[in-house]
Design a protein around this ligand. Structure first.
Ligand SMILES: Cc1cc2nc3c(=O)[nH]c(=O)nc-3n(C[C@H](O)[C@H](O)[C@H](O)COP(=O)(O)OP(=O)(O)OC[C@H]3O[C@@H](n4cnc5c(N)ncnc54)[C@H](O)[C@@H]3O)c2cc1C
Length: 642
């Protein structure tokens, strides 16, 4: 079906590719735009910005989300900031440097051309958001303020306290509402996409379930855009909003879209440690805190249970500063997370169960005063206080790594189009620009780059050849997809067992965390691959989902998502096993340098893995396609932050 994967990267010098591509892409004339219907699944920063921009251009857009308002998309949770190469600090930043840091940060597993374009458009995002009134933090003189995030030696992160996602989403929501009022965008909140419809090989519609009434509907379109976010909740416990799931992308995968690098998961180093077995969610403490907080553990195991102020300075191990003197506490996430795991595995962790390290603000408070720290991070300290009951102005925070972001996603070419013509994928839902490890503050940049500045140019390139090709919902493919959706819902309700959804999902999450989490090895992955089908079988025999389909039924909603996680988890482990090297967040214990860093194998694995579903009910044994990665500007080197 699919030959060699062609990313359709434009020819020419790296810094001219995007301009030249725009110059040569096909256009849709203003009068014709209203003849095209575009479905956008997702109203977070990626989907919301795409829907608003396409509406403004004159297309007719239908935008779907499962929350009761687009304003509640998970993007609202983003705390620390958004990167851009403005060089307001005059500290040596440039488009090239942001590009380079991102390629290196991703451990050389992303596409040069995409990443360069991302760095190029980063500055436009800030301008656009400022015009919208996003209240970015400012310096005394009025210029926008910046702070640093991991993996960079410049300050390029724009922020609005610890609520950057919320403020950016409000800006985006205003733009979206303007289009709703203008009649170009129709919003469908509390509506979940359960399948895409493929007609003659092109994505031409979706099947949805109204979450309030249970009604199943069919929507045709000229193109479908998935902006459905990441799948970190496969692990059950993560920093993601509880609703985040893999359903939209996984069901597209089952309809022929390739899933790229599904095992690339980001484990964030600074989260509030898990406090009990029945916890349903973990909470991030933004990476921005590492601008002023110092990470340490006691040098001696015997000091670990003492209160932190009883461990004198000379008995503390500021292990990030010790191991990575150039980047110190701002070493990238994959590296900082592994370093935290390492000291805890040595028995030097603090807090209950020894699964924690300190993030200490005492020096910064001494230097800058408590008020300055409160101004910078006040809401994060408040969240920490509410959850732990501890005052982090007085005692160090306790943090531990947790699942946070997924670099894997549906495979897309340079136009952000999947291998299924008409199906475009943006934001965290695509396999994106972050390679094997995303740098902090780059997800918001990517989501908004995709939605405001890239898709609006690349989508017309597809649409220009599609005039009059939108099918009617009477088409057999719509009927078949609708029947399949009904059947899946009926099957879930029919089980009528006695085991709770949460207990099955939690068991899956624990398995993934232990075998396909911060460290993986072939033996563990094989064990997980043996266990996951058993758990899936258990789900289909014993799960209890009360209520009915034609009604408001949150258990049913969640059951569909957990059923997809139970299939998708297998793909994650297959991918992790096949990638027999370490890179970024994918740390295969068999492949490490003498000092415990990830050891890549560029000869065999400088490539994207993109998996094709084989159909016939077969979940295992998907077909592997490769997209070789070519590095023409950046030289492949062992990543070092020392
Ligand atoms: C706690 C936290 C803090 C973060 N802080 C930062 C930060 O400071 N800087 C940064 O760059 N990144 C940060 N990130 C990452 C960043 O927030 C996300 O990667 C980004 O917001 C994802 O945006 P998105 O638009 O792709 O998806 P989302 O915001 O997740 O939106 C997904 C949308 O898809 C919809 N959807 C999903 N499935 C379906 C379906 N089947 N049917 C209908 N609708 C569907 C949802 O309703 C939602 O509208 C943070 C992440 C977390 C968890």
């Amino acid at each position: 079906m699919i030959g060699t994967l062609d990313a359709k990267i434009p020819s020419g010098p790296l810094d001219r590719k995007w301009q030249s591509h725009r110059d040569h892409s096909r256009l849709v004339s203003p009068n014709n735009r209203r003849k095209f219907e575009i479905i956008v699944v997702g109203s977070g920063l990626a989907g919301g910005s795409a829907a608003a921009t396409l509406g403004e251009l004159g297309y007719r857009v239908k935008c779907f989300c499962f929350q009761d308002s687009p304003r509640r998309a998970h993007s609202i949770a983003a705390q620390g900031g958004i990167n851009a190469a403005k060089n307001y600090q005059n500290d040596g930043d440039s488009v090239y440097r942001l590009f380079y840091d991102t390629i290196k940060g991703g451990d050389f597993r992303s596409r040069e051309a995409n990443v360069y374009r991302l760095a190029e458009v980063s500055n436009l995002i800030i301008d656009q958001c400022v015009e919208q009134g996003v209240p970015f933090a400012r310096e005394y003189g009025g210029l926008l303020a910046n702070r640093s995030f991991g993996g960079a030696q410049v300050s390029r992160t724009f922020y609005a306290r610890g609520q950057t996602g919320q403020q950016l989403l409000l800006g985006c929501y205003q733009a979206l509402c303007r289009q709703v009022a203008a009649g170009t965008v129709q919003m469908f909140p509390q509506t979940e996409m359960l399948d895409i419809v493929v007609v003659d090989g092109h994505a031409k519609g979706i099947i949805t379930r109204n979450l309030l009434t249970g009604k199943i509907d069919k929507y045709p379109a000229d193109a479908v855009v998935l902006a459905s976010g990441g799948y970190g909740n496969a692990f059950y416990l993560s920093t993601n909003a509880r609703g985040c799931n893999v359903t939209a992308t996984y069901r597209a995968y089952k309809k022929g879209a390739l899933f790229a690098n599904p095992c690339f998961t980001q484990i964030h180093p600074t989260c509030i440690p898990q406090s009990g077995d029945y916890q349903s969610k973990l909470t991030l403490m933004s990476e921005s805190l590492r601008n002023d907080g110092r990470v340490w553990v006691p040098t001696r195991k015997e000091d670990c249970q003492k209160p932190p102020d009883q461990t004198p300075e000379q008995d503390r191990d500021y292990y990030l500063e010790r191991k990575y003197p150039s980047f110190g506490n701002l070493a990238p996430r994959d590296i900082s997370s592994r370093a935290a795991k390492e000291v805890c595995d040595e028995g030097r962790g603090v807090g209950p169960g020894g699964r924690g390290v300190y993030l200490d603000f005492a020096d910064a408070i001494k230097r800058l005063g408590e008020d300055t720290i409160r101004e910078r991070y006040g809401n994060l300290f408040e969240i920490y206080h509410k959850i732990t009951g501890e005052n982090a102005y007085k005692v160090p925070m306790r943090i531990y790594p947790a699942v946070h972001y997924t670099m894997g996603g549906l495979w897309v070419d340079y136009n952000l189009m999947s291998n299924l013509p008409g199906l475009h994928v943006i934001g965290e839902a695509n396999f994106s620009d972050h390679g094997a490890n995303r740098l902090g503050a780059s997800a918001l940049m990517q989501g908004l780059a995709d939605g405001y500045f890239i898709l609006p140019y690349t989508l017309p390139n597809y649409l220009a050849g599609q005039m009059g090709k939108r099918p009617s919902t009477d088409h057999a493919e719509f009927k078949k997809a609708e029947t399949d959706v009904h059947a899946k819902i009926d099957n879930i309700l029919r089980v009528n067992g006695n085991r709770s959804l949460d207990s099955i999902h939690r068991e899956l999450g624990t398995l993934l965390w232990n075998k396909c989490g911060m460290a993986r090895n072939a033996k563990g992955l094989r064990e997980a691959l043996a266990k996951i089908p058993e758990l899936r079988d258990e789900f289909w025999r014993t799960v209890r989902v009360p209520g009915k389909g034609q009604d408001f039924n949150q258990s049913l909603e969640r059951a569909g998502r957990v059923a997809d996680f139970l299939e998708f988890a297998e793909l994650m482990c297959i991918d992790a096993l096949e990638r027999d090297e370490s890179c970024g967040g994918h740390f295969r214990e068999e492949h490490q340098t003498p000092d415990g860093e990830a050891l890549r194998d560029d000869d065999n694995f400088a490539t994207v893995f993109a998996w094709e579903f084989q159909g016939n009910g077969q979940i295992a044994a998907p077909k592997l396609h490769r997209e070789p990665l070519h590095f023409e500007t950046v030289h492949l080197t062992q990543r070092s932050y020392k």
